[in-house]
Design a protein around this ligand. Sequence first.
Ligand code: ATP
Ligand code: LTN
Length: 325
Amino acid sequence: MRIFSGIRPTGNIHIGNYLGAVKQWIELQEKNECVFCIVDLHAITTPYDPKELQKNILDAASIYLAAGVNPEKSIIFVQSEVKEHAELAWLLETITPMGELSRMTQYKEKSKQYKDYVNAGLFAYPVLMAADILLYRAKAVPVGKDQEQHVELARTIAKKFNQKFGQIFPEPETILPKTGAKIMSLTNPKKKMSKTDDPKSYISLFDSPEDITKKIMSAETDSGKEVVYNITKKPGISNLLIIYSLITGKTTQEIEKQFKGKGYGEFKKSLAKVLADYLEPFRRKQKELQTRDVYVKEMLSQGASRAKTIAETTMKEVRSKMGLS
Ligand code: ATP
Ligand code: LTN
């Protein structure tokens, strides 16, 4: 089965991105044909510094590698290097109703967050994402919960294209992790963890043990002192319990038992320790890769040429079906 997913090169990858999306990629690449994209054309729809973008792209690539994406098995490439993404997005825009786009939660949230930067690219963002997926005729898209609505729109667009111009695209399905599809912010457990937020609100995969301890110890918790899972009454502690459970493989009930009568402080100390140990190999690999820019660039250029071969074949068919050639 062909699988497609992407991450915006907008900063440090955090445990939400890892547990929600990237961890699934690592498992899926064993048995499927996976295409993983650094979506720079998506990153420029929100405020960014052009001088930093190339560095962020290379960082994102080494993050993929450090997290365990294997370039021998999967295609890893930069979106803007395969021009067909922009072309297909334009063509699909002509069959996407404005009403569908104005319903998108991410658009509503980002246009509130960046009031002076509400551009047409931000509005059309989900169509570019649909183009990413459909260009490779991917059947499945492993992402976190926040992206589910966008994948559904990609299905709607695929269906519409097939009906109007003839069958080309499979209708892609979302693959969500059973737990961890929405890890919440450490400073505000009602908001999702996000890499463009305050660094105190997330644990990066490459944070030092000292930073991890500081952030976990000051993570917002709830009144009371018992370590129990209750998402409505104790969203802060419940979020930390989910992280603990995903990292250790223990169930939340087992963890509750382990910390019965022990209070938040002890639980947080233990969580900081298990996180620091779990993330140690990521830190080590990332350090190694930071000195290997040439290798990372070469890997991306090979990825782009493999991606291009697939993209060109799809586009030939699309142009012909739409009467453009
Ligand atoms: P940004 O702040 O730049 O929007 P982000 O942290 O939301 O960044 P993305 O690059 O948009 O990260 O997302 C990459 C992948 O990680 C997507 O599949 C997304 O669904 C997933 N993801 C993002 N945040 C979380 C989270 N808090 N919990 C689980 N999965 C997440
Ligand atoms: N919008 C996604 C990133 C993204 C993506 C994709 C994910 C762009 N194109 C295609 C899956 C498939 C986000 O995480 N913000």
